[in-house]
Design a protein around this ligand. Structure first.
Ligand code: GLU
Ligand code: MG
Length: 443
């Protein structure tokens, strides 16, 4: 039973002076889309009658089969606090369905729901707590984004050094108004860089939250004359932005990664889940790290992972086990970045973890030392592999990972790989400023 009925929504729209409703969904490359309707259409909307032309959305459908319907998830109804307070704007997050009522195979939210159902059949709820990093940059005199910042702060600094502080505060307050629980927010390492951590919730809500979060951050930054970016590595030589994801499985309200009696109080299931992630992390990297630019973040020296290892504390490891135990026991995957489509990224992580559990995999021993300081020989002696070093190699790894392809389904995997391959080819054909500076005179 959901929180809201159709009648609840219709009544709220009338009583709360809501003029517009945005029917939102996400395309396969992680872009938030919407069809806006006026309040007069709300009855049609809650009855799944709002249509969408899928042919104009990249990776959706061919022109001859383009009619689709938006089925709102009524529990996602929320007023957008940054829109006018008279004649308000609300949103509903929707699933995309075919005219015959079947869920559309190209809907990323549907992919995550399918994987969550698989976990549910095994008796588990999948919880995710994301940590989102982003930059706030100045705009130029024409309002266009730059990579400049007047911010001089660093990790955990306070104002007045931190010029983004008031924007971050507005973001947190707006999100709390929408029902988010913000665990913490702080200035990150690089100048202009910030982090906001969301309290864990079930993975579907967490993915919905991420999409709303990005919209809120971009909108409120713009209101303050700044440009917010979730691009993973906007500044060469400075830290990039990650989206670490903290994952746990619950069964009957109990965290099954916790075992009071086990070494480090981590259950055998937690170990198997970690082993599953390690077995597929190269395969799903093109999902968690979707851009050409993503691979410029995954280099040594900036607390972003490069090597496949896990550790209870060491931040150079791909998988870290944060200190809390009991219900807070979790596995933190540090490779994802905030440009990813969270629905597809979470579906892939869950599929990988469950695969580890189903096959009873054992992870390699944890590596407590700094992986970046080890020599290639030492890493090879421990059998430590690395993450793909480019979008091109990540696409190749995805193509070779049947479990991840199956989790996506044939429609999304084909569209995703084709789209990313085009992006990679386009990049490979560029002649960059770096090449001109390096070679034009010397050769
Ligand atoms: N910015 C780092 C990254 O790219 C993470 C820093 C941290 O540990 O929070 O993943
Ligand atoms: Mg951080």
């Amino acid at each position: 039973m959901g929180r809201y009925t159709k009648e609840d929504i219709i009544r709220r729209v009338a009583e709360e002076d809501i003029q517009f409703i945005r029917m939102q969904f996400t395309d396969i490359f992680g872009q938030l889309k919407n069809v806006a309707i006026t309040a007069s259409q709300i009855r049609r909307a809650v009855n799944n009658e709002i249509m969408l032309d899928g042919s104009s959305i990249e990776g959706f459908v061919r022109i001859e089969e383009s009619d689709q319907y938006l089925w709102p998830d009524l529990d996602t109804f929320a007023v957008l606090p940054w829109r006018p307070q008279y004649g308000k704007v609300a949103r509903l997050i929707c699933e995309v369905h075919d005219p015959d009522g079947a869920p559309f195979v190209g809907d990323p939210r549907g992919v995550l729901k399918r994987e969550l159902l698989r976990a549910e059949r095994m008796g588990y709820t999948f919880n995710v707590g994301p940590e989102l990093e982003f930059f706030l940059f100045q705009t130029d005199e024409n309002g266009r984004p730059t990579t400049q910042t007047s911010d001089e702060a660093s990790y955990f600094d306070l104002g007045p050094l931190d010029h983004g502080e008031s924007t971050r505060r507005e973001i947190c307050l707006a999100l709390e108004e929408m029902g988010f629980e913000i665990e913490s927010s702080h200035h990150e390492l690089a100048v202009g860089q910030h982090e906001i951590d969301l309290k864990y919730t079930d993975a579907l809500q967490a993915a919905d939250h991420i999409m709303t979060f990005k919209l809120a951050v971009k909108t409120l930054a713009q209101k303050n004359g700044l440009h917010a970016t979730f691009m993973p590595k906007p500044v060469c030589g400075a830290a990039g932005s990650g989206m670490h994801i903290n994952m746990s499985l619950f069964q009957n309200g109990r965290n099954v990664f916790y075992d009071e009696a086990a070494p480090s109080q981590l259950s055998p299931l937690a170990h198997q889940f970690i082993a599953g992630l390690l077995a597929h992390v190269q395969g799903f990297c093109a999902l968690t790290n979707p851009l050409v630019n993503s691979y410029k973040r995954l280099v040594p020296g900036y607390e972003a992972p490069c090597y496949l290892a896990w550790s209870s504390s060491n931040r150079s490891a791909l998988i870290r086990i944060p200190a809390p135990r009991g219900q807070g026991t979790r596995v933190e995957l540090r490779s994802p970045d905030p440009a990813c489509n969270p629905y597809l990224a979470f579906a892939a992580c869950l599929a990988a973890g469950l695969d580890g559990m189903e096959r009873g995999l054992t992870p390699p021993p944890e590596v407590p030392e700094n992986l970046n300081a080890m020599t290639d020989e030492a890493r090879a002696a421990h059998g430590i592999q690395r993450l793909p070093d480019s979008l091109g190699s990540a696409i190749a790894a995805l193509t070779a990972d049947q479990l991840v392809l199956d989790a996506l389904g044939s429609h999304i995997s084909a569209q995703y790989i084709a789209g990313k391959q085009r992006e990679w080819e386009e990049y490979r054909n560029q002649v960059s400023q770096w090449e001109l500076d390096k070679y034009l005179v010397t050769f």
